[in-house]
Design a protein around this ligand. Structure first.
Ligand SMILES: Cc1cc2nc3c(=O)[nH]c(=O)nc-3n(C[C@H](O)[C@H](O)[C@H](O)COP(=O)(O)O)c2cc1C
Length: 341
């Protein structure tokens, strides 16, 4: 079963604070979820070949992105967990977000989904979490909130911490240096003695009560918002298309389009013919189980709705038509079609 909520961790440390926090949000949704640890995969950053522009599939690399991109397309919510070397988003999480670029062209395949951003760091990496939220907005993903937590700085555990003056412990304990917004000053010993013990390093996320509280709240919020979204969609669908629940997803789109024709909402005959022919193509491909060809025909259909009819039919009608089509396209999404042979 495909996950409803997809959790991503960019942390390379086994069972790290970042991992545990992402998982805690996922568990609190009470929904079907999957946790993906990017360091166990090989996902290259985008190389800007722009091959994905025509069909929303990245063919620039044959790497592990293709093991997860269909899950990304099908997921309804994302919990993205990064860490913050040099106060920036870590490279793995960044590469993952860059590769998601392939899903944005023409119709924003992730539009209307939900997103939670998590970033761990030593110096309260609020600005890094804000970048993930801004990324969500750019992709049409609704940002539900962010969690910023203390991670364990590598210098506390690298083995050199008590002697290395370039690291964190010596300057903090001996020289009084404080990283920006350092929240655990009170744990640091006074005086010259530098003995690294668990008591002086930041606690794990489970002992950061406000962080865990927010993670729980956001997990539950994902579930609540997805439920509300489902109900809203049902009401709108029933209004525009009584008995929608008895129809297959593609027949819903076909019937709605016919209804819009007969209501005179789409007046241009050329556009009407164009819409009908794309849908007929999609339906035929669908029935022959030619998934990718069906998806491509639906992409052409959605393009006509978005780019040509948007001004002729009401916003609600246009939104639901594109929304339903987007959902089918995501269900059909299968990058492996492009890597056969
Ligand atoms: C190479 C490196 C550079 C780091 N630089 C920063 C930094 O500039 N600012 C910061 O807040 N944390 C920094 N950190 C600390 C990490 O953010 C911290 O290790 C991370 O939160 C660990 O999360 P984890 O407990 O999930 O592994 C750095 C860590 C490493 C390994």
């Amino acid at each position: 079963m495909d996950p409803i909520v997809l959790g991503i961790s960019g942390s390379p440390i086994q069972n790290s604070n970042t991992d545990r926090l992402v998982k805690y949000v996922l568990e609190n949704t009470g929904l079907e979820f999957e946790f993906i640890k990017l360091s166990e995969m090989e996902i290259h950053p985008c190389k800007a070949c722009k091959n994905c522009a025509k069909n929303n599939v990245c063919t620039g690399f044959k790497d592990d992105w293709h093991l997860i991109s269909a899950k990304v397309a099908k997921a309804e919510a994302f919990v993205i967990g990064g860490w913050s070397p040099y106060d920036m988003l870590d490279a793995r999480t960044k590469a993952f977000l860059e590769r998601m670029f392939c899903l944005r062209h023409l119709v924003l395949l992730n539009e209307g989904k939900l997103g939670v951003a998590i970033v761990t760091g030593t110096c309260n990496p609020d600005s890094v979490a804000n970048r993930i939220l801004a990324y969500f907005e750019g992709e049409g993903v609704i940002p539900l909130g962010k969690i910023v937590a203390s991670g364990i700085d590598a210098c506390w555990s690298c083995g050199l911490g008590e002697e290395c003056i370039q690291g964190t412990p010596v300057p903090m304990v001996r020289d009084g240096y404080r990283p920006r917004n350092y929240p655990y000053e009170s744990r640091l010993p006074s005086g010259e003695s530098i003995k690294i013990t668990p008591e002086i390093i930041p606690p794990g996320v489970e002992d950061q009560p406000e962080v865990m509280e927010e993670a729980k709240r956001l997990g539950k919020l994902i579930a609540k918002k997805l439920k509300e979204k489902k109900e809203k969609r049902k009401v709108l669908l029933e209004k525009l298309l009584p008995h929608a629940s008895f129809l297959s997803t593609i027949d819903r789109v076909i019937t709605m389009t016919k209804n819009f024709h007969s209501l005179g909402w789409i007046t241009d005959d050329g556009i009407k013919r164009n819409l009908d022919s794309k849908l007929l193509e999609a339906k035929t491909r669908f029935e022959k189980e030619e998934k990718e060809k069906a998806r491509r025909a639906l992409l052409e259909f959605a393009k006509v709705v978005l780019y040509q009819t948007g001004i002729l039919i009401s916003q609600n009608a246009s939104d639901i038509l594109v929304g339903e089509t987007r959902q089918i396209m995501n269900d059909l999404y299968d990058p492996h079609f492009y890597f056969q042979g």
